[in-house]
Design a protein around this ligand. Structure first.
Ligand SMILES: *Cc1c(COP(=O)(O)O)cnc(C)c1O
Length: 405
C-alpha cells in the first residue's frame, strides 16, 4: 500500500528550474517507499484499527481543513497519488498548496462555494471566460451574483460582499490578454482568481502577479494527452483548507488514476509547451499573411493556442480538416480545431458572446506536436474549402440547447 503522508515537506532547493521541478516535484517520498515510479493507490477506504485516534484526526480536519497526517482514511478525504500531483502543481505555480478536483468546473465550483460559505456571494468577472465558467456565473446556479466588468472597471464594481474577482489570460477563446499586475491592484483585498489553463505555469505564474488563486482545467495542458479529466486550484494553505472542506462535503474529488496521469503529464509539460508554442507561432504567422483569413489572435505571451477569423465559412474549415481533429477541448499532443460560436461558447447568449469579441467567424485551434508543414498543408486545404463555400457563418452547426464542453 502507498501510505505516504501527503504532508511531506517540499524540497528546499529554490534554485531548481521549472523544467527540473516538472520532472521531480511531488515525487519526494518515492525513495523512502523504495520505488522509482509513482505508485497508483486506488483504495476507497483504509484500515482504521484505532477509532479513537481516527476521531481526533477527523475532528482536526473538520475544524481546519488541514490535510490529514498519517495514513489516509477514506478516498473522498485524501489520496496519496492525487496528493503527489497537488504538491507538484503547487511547486510549478509557486504557491503553498494546490487542491485537485474532478474537473476544471468542479474546481471553480468549489471556489465559488467556499466564498459563498464565507458570506461573500458577489463575484466580479472579466469577459471572455471559458463558456461554461461564464454560464456558471451568469446562471447563478451556485447562489452567486455576478457583475461583468472590463479590467479597468473592476475596482468600481467591487461591493462589500464581493468574494472573488475572476479573469482568464490569455482568455478562451479570443486569447485576449489582461495585465495581471494592474488587475490585482484594482482588486484591493478581494482575492483574484486567474484561470491559467491556456498559459500554464511554463509561460505565466499568476501568483507572482498578485493572483490569490490559480485555476486549471488540468484536462488540457497539464494532462496533455486528451485522456484525463481534472481540475485544480493552486493557492495559499489557508484557501486550500477551505477548498478541501468543500471538496470533502461535496465530493468533486479527482480520481486517483487521473492524479497519476496528471503527475506523469506534468513531467513533460515544459517541453510540450515549448514545442507546441513554436508550432503555433509559425501557424499564426502564416495565417496572418493569408488573404483567406481576416484576423489572427495570438498572444504576446506566446502559447500553443491560435484563434483566427476566416473571410469565408468557418463551418467549411471544420468540415474539411483531415489531419487536424475537429473537436472541442485543447492542450493535447495532437491538434484540435473548433468553432466557439457553435460549441465551446454556445451556452453563452449570442449578444454576450459578440460583446466579448467572439465573432461568428472565429475558429480556435489548439496546436499539437505534429510537424508544422503537415499541419499547414491540412489547414491550407481546409481554408481553400472555406473560401470556396458560398454559405455564410450565420447558420448554427448545433441546436442552441446543446451545452458547451
Ligand atoms: C476547459 C476549460 C475549463 C473547464 O474545465 P473542465 O476540465 O472541462 O471542467 C475552464 N477554464 C478553461 C480556460 C478551459 O479551457
Amino acid at each position: 500500500m502507498d501510505t505516504t503522508s501527503p504532508a511531506s515537506p517540499p524540497p528546499s532547493d529554490a534554485r531548481r528550474s521549472l523544467t527540473t521541478e516538472a520532472v521531480h516535484a511531488g515525487r519526494e517520498d518515492l525513495t523512502a517507499l523504495g520505488v522509482h515510479a509513482a505508485p497508483l493507490d486506488l483504495s476507497t477506504t483504509y484500515p482504521s484499527p484505532d477509532s479513537r485516534g481516527e476521531a481526533a484526526r477527523l475532528d482536526a480536519f473538520a475544524a481546519t481543513g488541514a490535510q490529514l497526517s498519517g495514513p489516509p482514511v477514506y478516498a473522498r478525504l485524501d489520496n496519496p497519488t492525487t496528493a503527489r500531483f497537488e504538491r507538484a502543481l503547487a511547486r510549478l505555480e509557486g504557491t503553498e498548496s494546490a487542491v485537485a478536483f474532478a474537473s476544471g468546473m468542479a474546481a471553480l465550483s468549489a471556489v465559488l462555494l467556499a466564498r459563498g460559505a464565507a458570506g461573500l456571494r458577489h463575484v466580479v468577472a472579466v469577459r471572455p471566460l471559458y463558456g461554461c465558467s461564464d454560464h456558471l456565473l451568469e446562471s447563478g446556479l451556485l447562489g452567486t451574483e455576478v457583475s461583468w466588468a472590463e479590467p479597468e472597471e473592476v475596482a468600481a464594481a467591487l461591493r462589500p460582499d464581493t468574494g472573488l474577482v475572476l479573469a482568464e489570460t490569455p482568455a478562451n477563446p479570443t486569447l485576449v490578454e489582461t495585465d495581471l499586475d494592474a488587475l490585482a491592484e484594482r482588486c484591493g483585498d478581494v482575492p483574484l482568481l486567474v484561470d491559467n489553463t491556456f498559459a500554464t505555469p511554463v509561460l505565466q505564474r499568476p501568483r507572482e502577479h498578485g493572483a490569490a488563486l490559480v485555476l486549471h482545467s488540468a484536462t488540457k495542458y497539464l494532462g496533455g494527452h486528451g485522456d484525463v479529466l481534472g481540475g485544480a486550484v493552486a493557492c495559499d494553505e489557508e484557501q486550500a483548507r477551505a477548498l478541501r472542506q468543500i471538496r470533502f462535503a461535496t465530493g468533486g474529488v479527482l480520481h486517483p488514476l487521473a492524479g497519476y496521469l496528471l503527475l506523469r503529464g506534468l513531467s513533460t509539460l515544459p517541453v510540450r509547451m515549448r514545442a507546441q508554442s513554436a508550432g503555433a507561432a509559425e501557424i499564426a504567422r502564416r495565417l496572418a499573411a493569408d488573404p483567406r483569413v481576416a484576423r489572427v489572435h495570438y498572444p504576446r505571451l506566446g502559447g500553443a493556442m491560435v484563434a483566427f477569423e476566416v473571410e469565408g465559412d468557418p463551418h467549411a474549415v471544420i468540415g474539411a480538416v483531415r489531419l487536424i481533429t475537429p473537436a472541442v477541448s485543447l492542450g493535447s499532443v495532437d491538434t484540435l480545431i473548433q468553432h466557439p460560436g457553435s460549441i465551446s461558447h454556445r451556452i453563452v447568449a449570442a449578444e454576450d458572446r459578440r460583446a466579448a469579441g467572439i465573432s461568428d467567424r472565429l475558429l480556435r485551434m489548439s496546436v499539437g506536436l505534429e510537424d508544422v508543414e503537415d499541419l499547414w498543408r491540412d489547414l491550407d486545404a481546409a481554408l481553400a474549402a472555406s473560401a470556396g463555400s458560398a454559405s455564410g457563418p450565420e447558420r448554427p452547426a448545433v441546436p442552441a440547447t446543446v451545452p458547451a464542453h
